[in-house]
Write a protein that binds this ligand. Structure first.
Ligand code: 13P
Ligand code: SF4
Length: 303
């Protein structure tokens, strides 16, 4: 561990702080975090934290979800400018308008959405829970927002449902091309291709497995294959290279770097645990009371 990492470890122990980090954070941050995982794991953990303060290393909506699930704790987003552009591709007004025009639809939102949007939808899902949750929705008519690629991936698995899709996308995963898949497949013909369902349909169709970031990590570790192509953000590859030295990992595309996830640096984490930086998450009570319902429904249906 570096001196800075050691200092962060000491401060968080002294101040009873827990650090939560998404799988896309750089490995030096993952090393000093108490909990690292995908969006669903981090939501679950947020309910069970035994600490005074949480420093969240990831993007805005994730820290807000933690705050909603741990309202009595101080939650600090380590880099105040880290946000998910896809979360802003749908607004509460869009939802209100759709509902007025389509009162017979259940509205499902990917957790990559703003707290304001979450306040108007019926249930949230993450990439690892979407299929299980949407399978349990009795209504045949579903609107899925905002990620068209994830929505389409789930819709193909449950053809009995009438699923309308919003045209949002992740500007990192959506950039992966079939040419990049063919190119890496040619270079590494025996490698396993693991992708995130935020990739386009044609990429997912060429993959050996599609799943959340933690599911990709699990597959990569458990597979008997010792060559693996990672079709999600580079943080997953960095973690695997550091922890599974006997396997070879290749990044599917040079575009698989999320600029927002990479805004958080170890120095930001140091400042956040020292109460000298980051941004405390504050959500107005009425908004929180509305938005938490779709998060609680997600946790209930995913169980
Ligand atoms: P996971 O829930 O799979 O971690 O995905 C979050 C995300 O932002 C993927 O781009
Ligand atoms: Fe948002 Fe895409 Fe970054 Fe995930 S990888 S946080 S979906 S922009």
């Amino acid at each position: 561990m570096t001196n800075l990492q050691k200092e962060i470890m000491n401060i968080k122990k002294d101040k009873n702080i827990k650090i939560l980090a998404h799988n896309y954070q750089t490995y030096d941050i993952q090393q000093i975090a108490d909990y690292v995982g995908d969006s669903f794991y981090l939501s679950k953990i947020s309910q069970e934290l035994d600490c005074d303060t949480v420093v969240f290393c990831g993007v805005n909506f994730m820290a807000e979800t933690t705050k909603m699930l741990s309202p009595d704790k101080k939650v600090i987003l380590a880099n105040e400018e880290a946000y998910c552009p896809m979360a802003r591709m749908i607004s509460p007004d869009d939802i209100i308008k759709f509902r007025e025009e389509n009162p017979d639809y259940t509205i499902v939102s990917y957790v990559n959405s703003t707290t304001e949007t979450k306040a108007y939808v019926d249930v949230c899902v993450t990439s690892s829970t979407a299929l299980k949750i949407m399978n349990q929705i009795e209504n045949k008519n579903i609107l899925f927002v905002p990620d068209e690629n994830l929505g389409n991936y789930i819709a193909k698995k449950i053809p009995n449902k009438n699923i309308k899709l919003w045209e949002g996308y992740c500007n990192v995963h959506d950039r992966v091309t079939t040419e990049e898949v063919y190119d890496l497949r040619e270079k590494h013909p025996n490698a396993l291709l693991l992708v995130h369902p935020e990739c386009r349909e044609e990429i997912v169709n060429l993959a050996d497995f599609a799943g959340s970031t933690s599911e990709i990590i699990k597959q990569a570790k458990e597979s008997s294959n010792d060559e693996i192509i990672i079709g999600t953000e580079v943080g997953v590859l960095d973690y695997l290279e550091a922890t599974v030295p006997n396997k070879k990992f290749y990044l599917l595309s040079k575009h698989l770097v999320c600029p927002n996830m990479k805004k958080t640096k170890l120095e930001d984490v140091y400042k956040a645990v020292s109460c000298e930086g980051g941004r405390e998450v504050v959500i107005e009570e009425e908004l929180m009371n509305k938005a938490i319902k779709s998060i609680n429904e997600m946790i209930r249906l995913a169980e």
